[in-house]
Design a protein around this ligand. Structure first.
Ligand code: EPZ
Length: 429
């Protein structure tokens, strides 16, 4: 299994191109189920999660093609993906696949809406928490689906089709919003989703669904009003830039020092995280070209942060911020309020010399003056990248094992950081 070795101490200078967002590309690919016509997605990131979902969709009968590289295009060019669901041959998503890629559970709503039935495995637990799907099922039942749990599978049917209604989510859930929004796009009449998640990736999917034929009001707010379409069309849609990749590299620059332009990044997608970075002592300048992040001379200041649904500080940047705070000049606190168990990075950061105390959902981090490289590993994608950030400022070598977690969500990370002066390499086992 590959690992990544970082030798700490170098500042980062240069530019990093930000890829299309993983967490928008995945539901956008799933939205292709709704139409017999081709959905073309531009700016699709090269990630193993994207490949895996393409396989899962392929199993359902969806043709997925990826445009080949043209002359003059480097390894880093964004990909164009075409998905055609003219012939859905299977409405089952099996355990072996769904358990490997949780977002594939979201095929449930679109399959039900388009084919009137679906059998999708429950995803099971995962490294960051129990992650139930009760609100997905509640929303689909409200739309008229009959749902039965059988041997670890959700058997859903809608013999008379789905019908719009008002659905209130007790808790903000990205996945439940995606699932029910996609189903409601083909339901008869009007659906109102109250207390819906308003993460930018949901707005991106909603815009695509609107281009495919659904009428959607309230995009980017917590109340979505959807008038379903009888048939959905094909369209071409460009995946929005990845705000979590943006925030991750911004934290890497704040950690290592230096000056880096994050090309194509959009500040409006992660304002709360950028505000925290400024508080921590980084300089952040947004323009239409991207976001320039620098830290030169001054030290890292401690911050107190609690994760929250958008527009709050994202849970997907919690581990990276914690890595940065390990070197702050003082004591920081970070409270994780979305997932109950998203602290796997704490023990690994401690192996590098970090001083972190956990009390329930709050971590207290006392900044230390130096950290020392060590072999580390993590069982979650964002936790893994936090160890790379820590390694950038640790003395000597940090080897991050189980790199497949990183490849799920970060495109060519060693190249992007290496081009800015980091000493980083991939070691093939
Ligand atoms: C999405 O996961 C993202 N995944 C996660 O990104 C992200 O951390 C998370 O949203 C929160 O922003 C993708 O977009 C592919 P939720 P999701 O439903 O949809 C509880 C990454 O690193 N809940 O918003 O699974 C749940 O347990 C990943 O890229 C219920 O109780 O998250 C959690 O506590 C990891 N019942 C909270 O809601 C439900 O039916 C929020 O989860 C559904 C969720």
């Amino acid at each position: 299994m590959d690992s990544i070795r970082v030798t700490g101490g170098n500042r980062l200078n240069g530019s990093i191109p930000i890829s299309g967002a993983k967490n928008a590309a995945l539901p956008l690919m799933i939205a292709s189920i709704l139409s017999p016509e081709t959905l073309t997605l531009e700016n699709v990131p090269r990630l193993t999660d994207v490949q895996k979902l393409a396989q899962i969709l392929n199993n359902l009968g969806i043709d997925v093609t990826i445009a080949g590289k043209r002359p003059g295009q480097g390894e880093g060019y964004a990909r164009t993906m075409r998905l055609n669901a003219a012939n859905i041959v299977d409405t089952t998503a099996p355990y072996e696949l769904v358990s490997q890629m949780r977002a594939s559970f979201w095929v449930l709503g679109p399959l039900l809406a388009r084919c009137g039935k679906a059998r999708v495995s429950l995803p099971g637990g995962c490294a960051i928490g129990t992650r139930p799907v009760d609100m997905h099922l509640m929303g689909l039942e409200k739309l008229g689906a009959e749902i039965e749990l059988d041997s670890g599978y959700v058997n859903a049917s809608a013999p008379n089709g789905l019908t719009g209604t008002t659905i209130h989510f007790d808790k903000v859930s990205v996945g439940a919003t995606h699932n029910v929004l996609m189903a409601a796009s083909m339901a008869k009449g009007t659906t109102v989703l109250e207390n819906a998640a308003c993460e930018p990736e949901i707005g991106d999917v909603a815009r695509c669904l609107a281009a495919m034929g659904a009428k959607i009001e309230g995009i980017d707010t917590n109340t979505l009003v959807i008038e379903g379409a009888q048939t959905m069309h094909g369209t071409t849609h460009t995946v929005l830039p990845d705000r979590i990749e943006t925030g991750t590299y911004a934290m890497a620059v704040a950690m290592a020092g230096g000056d880096v332009m994050l090309e194509n990044a959009r500040a409006d997608l992660l304002q709360s995280a950028l505000d925290v970075l400024v508080e921590a002592g980084a300089k952040v300048e947004a323009s239409d070209k991207g976001i320039r992040v620098s830290r030169n001379g001054n030290g890292i200041k401690p911050v107190n942060v609690e994760t929250a649904p958008h527009p709050g500080f994202p849970t997907d940047l919690q581990a990276q911020l914690m890595a940065l705070m390990t070197r702050a000049e003082g004591v920081s606190t970070i409270t994780e309020s979305i997932f109950e168990n998203r602290f796997m990075h704490v023990q690994e950061l401690a192996r590098l010399g970090a001083d972190i105390k956990l009390d329930g959902d709050t971590a207290t981090i006392t900044g230390v003056q130096r950290m020392k490289g060590a072999p580390v590993m993590a069982t979650d994608l964002r936790a893994s990248v936090s160890l790379i950030i820590a390694g950038l400022a640790a003395e000597g070598q940090t080897t991050v094992n189980r790199v497949y977690h990183l490849d799920r969500g970060f495109e060519r990370i060693e190249e992007k950081l290496g081009n800015c002066g980091a000493q980083i390499e991939r070691l093939s086992a």
